[in-house]
Design a protein around this ligand. Sequence first.
Ligand code: PFF
Length: 451
Amino acid sequence: MANTKSIHGEWSSRFAYILAATGSAVGLGNIWKFPYITGENGGGAFVLVYLACVLAIGIPIMIAETMMGRRGRQSPINTLTSLSTEAGANKNWHYLGWMGVIAGVLILSYYSVIAGWASAYVFKAIFGGFSADAMEVKATFDNFIASPMQLIFWHTVFMIATMSVVRKGVKSGLEKAVQLLMPALLALLLLLVAYAMTTGESYFKGLFFLFSPDFSEIDSDAVLTAMGHAFFTLGLGMGAIMVYGSYLPSGISIAKTTLYIAGADTVVALLAGIAIFPLVFANGLEPASGPGLIFQTLPIAFGNMTGGWLFGILFFVLLVFAALTSSISLIEPIVAWLVENKGYTRDRASIISGTITWALGVTVALSFNAWSEFTILGKTIFNALDYLTANLMLPIGGFCIAVFSAWVMHDKDVRDELDIPELQYVLWKYLISYVAPAAVFLVFLHVLGIF
Ligand code: PFF
């Protein structure tokens, strides 16, 4: 099975795959979500738990998920069916693929709403420029999210953009664009970090907040959020990287490419944090301001710096682009399945899955304004979907992927697919068999109050 190709085609090179998979990993999770959840969970200790989860759980599972994708060469649901057949195991494993497909649609429904915010900010940057005054910046944001029509409009624009890329196939066109835009995003983040340094004492306060761990600040739910975020930011546990792995030509090292991708993803998140928290402190804002954090801080920097008008436009354009390269990976598992199993064209598969996701996203957009009083277990629709997917479905999906690759697949097949030096294999096998699943399990027990 190892040398066959996916019916959907292949990446043109190793570099193309790294770019696409980095595109899936780097997105709103790094620049929007990481800073705001770090702010809500007290800073340094949270960051440390998140980094530990990336290392001990995220990287081994990412290797496993990619390996399964490349061996199965189909959409996650069908990959799980054929891999369980190969291993002589129960076919019910394919439900893991279904859980991933559902998680992808649920995540994209709110991801697209937030990407819509970033798209709206491109236009705010072009036509209004940003104010240098923190209160004005906050008022602009508050007025914006209070408007159902605006949020729905921008969510619709972003969903149309996502589906127009997906219908053409994730490989064509995208490879070149990512090549240019990813480095540009990194350059702008570095510029923002340089700006943060001009805030003097607040810069060090920001660094201190991010990197000085105070474990009394976090409880079991914060640990769960940190672990969930490790899955979310790497794009793990729902088949996104599995489906990208299924387009990966044989002979390319999965372990090495995974390390590059996870490294780049972590660097971007930390840079975003270093750029944002000094601004929070310099302007007397609350670190725990929630999902609006970057929209209430970064515009101040653009409002203040020379050339800020242009940089502001560029930054939000790049953020939207980073979101787009992630959103297409969220919907690709279901699209690939509809093409494989229902015989739909990519066009039809994209329209159907995109419409369902869009409709769900409308309810998310309303949860920030008209329906903000409506809660499920004390959470708004946005918060409930985020919690359900990032904190529960992705870690459960990741746990099952770890168990499947370590305990269900035949060791010989896994070795064959990974093709790495013995010592590295033994280390990975240890992490994926014991450390990663046990860590996920213990965090869940801890949240349930059992451990
Ligand atoms: N990793 C993306 C981000 O950090 O924005 C979001 C994401 C992509 C989550 C793909 C899950 C996924 F499968």
